[in-house]
Design a binder for this molecule. Structure first.
Ligand code: PMP
Length: 402
């Protein structure tokens, strides 16, 4: 039997916990179990028809070939127009790179800049992929815990304390997955004042949930709030969340040209280019009618309000109202140390999420995966009915605890 020796890289990353949770739900359902899925990290809506039509037209017109490695000029121009129109950011198409999803661009930006031992500051709770993508490129994630009292947001004093001579990046994600936190212009400005004193630090600002901000508030781009740092800021965005296009795999990054060029060079040796058909669809999404986004935001706000009130009403759970994204991040400190009917202790949010799946048939993410415990991540990118039955199942299981 041949024994295959696997290099250090796969072992240095955890398989994405949210993708693993989705796979588990699929497996349990295939076994015949009825599972209520509140782990979903993607819109439940179907991609708008006009975007599908644009993809179909592109196929028929023969746009079925490789494109430039940084994406088609027309899509990069559309992204530049969008960044000016909606974010007040001035970029040319040459400063923009199209990738097969925002995730690929984050990975590529880190691969293009990190030398072994370089540090990446990741505020927690964080999207599960940032620390592992830093590790994958030989970097060292430096996790900084943001407390619930601080609205799950990084304080200027914390960033000052975390920066060293090896710091290469600060990763900001607003609106945040999983906490829903949204930074105000004043908060971004205050972080910018600290960063201005540390010229070696680049800022990666992941704004993929920018359209999902509630109660009439609006997102502010880091690069807009802190224009003095634009020359070392990489703005990450994509069409996955805004236009319910997760399966089309298109993201875009805008930043210093030298970085865009280095990323393009890496991409030319990996995927060559993103799907030409998906790029045509993304062009239509970014430059077409934006009604879908407004309607999706309205639907998410209703779902958020329902999810938060149902979760917060469960004894032992305290749920802060997220300002953005489509996740609630309820505090479950009141359930840690409690005992299940079969006599096992709940020692962590991971124990709790496993109990909820086993006894309640409801799948939620544990805060441990996002670097800040004891919390659960409950997605409300699903129907009101699923939210209601899911929260009822959580309440039922919690009521059995001693
Ligand atoms: N950033 C954040 C914060 C996310 O939650 C996600 C998707 N879960 C991504 C990036 C990746 O998006 P894409 O589909 O464009 O790769």
């Amino acid at each position: 039997m041949t024994s295959i020796s696997i290099a250090h890289r796969p072992a240095s990353v955890r398989p994405s916990p949210s993708i693993a949770a989705k796979a588990l739900v699929t497996k349990l359902r295939a076994e015949g179990r009825r599972i209520i899925d509140l782990t979903v990290g993607e819109p439940d809506f179907v991609t708008p028809r006009s975007i599908m039509d644009a993809a179909q037209a592109a196929m028929r017109a023969g746009d079925t070939h490789y494109t430039a490695s940084n994406g088609t000029k027309s899509l990069r121009q559309a992204a530049a127009n969008k960044l000016m129109r909606e974010n007040g950011l001035s970029y040319t198409p040459d400063d923009i790179v199209i990738g097969s999803g925002a995730k690929q661009l984050i990975q590529t930006a880190l691969a293009a800049t990190l030398n072994p031992g370089d540090e990446v500051i990741v505020p927690a709770p964080y999207w599960v992929s940032y620390p592992d993508l830093a590790t994958l490129s030989d970097g060292v994630p430096v996790v900084v815990a943001c407390t619930e009292e601080a609205g799950f947001k990084l304080l200027p004093s914390q960033i000052e304390a975390a920066i060293t001579s090896r710091t290469k990046w600060l990763v900001l994600n607003s609106p945040n997955n999983p906490s829903g936190a949204v930074y105000s212009i004043a908060e971004l400005t205050a972080l910018g004042e600290v960063l201005a004193r540390h010229p070696q630090v680049l800022v990666m600002t992941d704004e993929i949930y920018e359209h999902f901000i509630y109660d009439g508030e609006r997102a502010i781009s880091f690069g807009r709030a802190v224009p003095a740092l634009l020359e070392r800021t990489l703005t990450i965005n994509g069409v996955s969340k805004a236009y319910a296009m997760t399966g089309w795999r298109i993201g875009y990054a805008a930043g210093p040209r030298v970085l865009a060029q280095a990323m393009t060079s890496l991409l030319s040796q990996s995927t060559t280019c993103p799907s030409s058909i998906s790029q045509a669809a993304a062009l239509s999404a970014l430059s077409g009618d934006q009604t879908f986004v407004v309607e999706a935001r309205r639907a998410y706000q209703t779902r958020r309000d329902r999810a938060v009130s149902l979760l917060d009403a469960i004894p032992g759970i305290a749920c802060r109202r997220p300002e953005g994204a489509f996740y609630a991040y309820p505090n479950v400190a009141g359930l840690i140390g409690r005992r299940t009917p079969d006599g096992t202790w709940i020692e962590s949010d991971l124990d709790l999420s496993q109990l909820l799946l086993r006894e309640g048939g409801v799948s939620v993410m544990d805060g441990t995966s996002y670097g800040l415990s004891p919390y659960l991540r409950v997605s409300f990118a699903t129907s009101l009915e699923t939210i209601e039955t899911g929260c009822a199942a959580i309440a039922r299981v919690v009521a059995t605890l001693d």
